[in-house]
Design a protein around this ligand. Sequence first.
Ligand SMILES: Cc1cc2nc3c(=O)[nH]c(=O)nc-3n(C[C@H](O)[C@H](O)[C@H](O)COP(=O)(O)OP(=O)(O)OC[C@H]3O[C@@H](n4cnc5c(N)ncnc54)[C@H](O)[C@@H]3O)c2cc1C
Length: 459
Amino acid sequence: MLDFGRLKSGFSGEIVSREDSDYEVARSVYNANIDKKPQGILYCKNEADVISAVNFARDAGVAIAVRCQGHNGSGFSTCDDGVIIDLSGIKYTRVDNEANTVRVGAGCKWADVDDATACFGKAVSSGVVSSTGVSGLTLGGGHGYIARGYGLAIDNLLEVDIVLSNGSYITASEEKNTDIFWGIRGGGGNFGIVTSFLFEMAPVQDVFCGLMAWDLADMENTFTWYDQLMKTARNDLYGFYAVQTIPPGPPFPEDLYLQKFCGIMWCYYGPKEEFDEAWAPIKAFCEENPPVMDGTHWGTLRELNAAFNELYPAGEQWYWKGDYFDSITDDVIAAHSKNIQDVPTWKCAMHLYPVNGACHNVSADSTAWNDRSSNYSMVIVGVSPDAADFENIKSWAKRYWKDLNPHSSQTGSYVNWMMPDEDHSRVKTAYGSNYDRLVRLKRKYDPDNVFHMNHNIVP
Ligand SMILES: Cc1cc2nc3c(=O)[nH]c(=O)nc-3n(C[C@H](O)[C@H](O)[C@H](O)COP(=O)(O)OP(=O)(O)OC[C@H]3O[C@@H](n4cnc5c(N)ncnc54)[C@H](O)[C@@H]3O)c2cc1C
């Protein structure tokens, strides 16, 4: 049993242990299928708390899980018998509009960043759901609506503050501690606990966005056209392809509730005066191939980033699998058409996110994220509010993935789309030619693997 009394003198945050009445809430993470029982949850308020917590848990020899928003399906932000170092109290943002940067505390959600930057007409390249945590998404790499124009989240990261496994505290950037700065850009939480991020902002505010849905019978046509478009389109035009079910509620048309569809979630974020030209190929395609639903409209990136937050609340069952793809071939389309037929719940989905454009301007060895040539990062998500569905959603996601994997780029998956039951060879594949350098870095900064609750780089 851990003696939290020994921690208390150097720790200003709250400690929740198994005896406390709020323990059940405090130990929960986003994916309700993860049911781990740490000895305590250490709610940090600042860097000093993180240092004290790391020293305490390391000296006690217990597992350390680090939690920002606990949003990762893998459940690596909790553990059995060890401690959760919770960062949600390190929540601040500070925009420097002249320098075009925003400093972000490691406990923020992306919605906090959107709230801080939107009034300046700016944004940071993040994901497509703003309830996700800044930390986990960024340290894994981070791709979303403006990735084709501005790159991955890590491509916009300028500096981090980080607590190392020996309790020391350093700043890393392209100028200082450059080796660890390379490693944390895609290497997850393997090297330490980041307490703050400094991002470059991008000039984005009004976007033309929304879902266009077609009948599944149109998948071959739409998917083939989409693939050609995303390989040639200007970088400020983005669309992710979706194969899923229309949710049974507003804002979707009632006559389409629970209908399976294929579709594209669009986001044009270029100059308004160039919209007609940018949109012309989509307009022309839709005239020939009218969608069953067209929800596109002018809005803001901040609103778009929040569009899925309610659809996917915390506390549901999740299982996901990913892969990178170069092209959408007939075999790929056949696998999607087949597997959407027996989808176990309406919340299950396949999303194909473009990671080309500006993401390809960075070389494979410039950051730990290794695949800078595939065009798409795919995820298949099995989701249900009902625990009884878990085995079904898991086996569906695995079956679906198995049919697709032979047609993938064979470069593994975005690490944030991997579950803990993936074979470790998948982690190695994902880091590819960067893996050996990551191992050397791990030996230097965390030789005893204090930070192992992640897709682990084994020292
Ligand atoms: C609905 C949904 C939509 C998503 N959409 C996208 C998307 O569009 N694009 C995308 O790129 N990803 C997306 N993701 C995946 C997302 O990137 C991961 O789930 C991410 O890990 C969430 O971040 P978090 O901080 O909440 O994670 P947590 O679960 O808190 O942590 C995840 C991992 O990071 C480690 N970690 C957390 N904070 C730190 C820190 N400060 N220092 C060191 N290690 C840390 C944890 O120990 C754990 O291993 C989505 C996930 C969901 C559930």
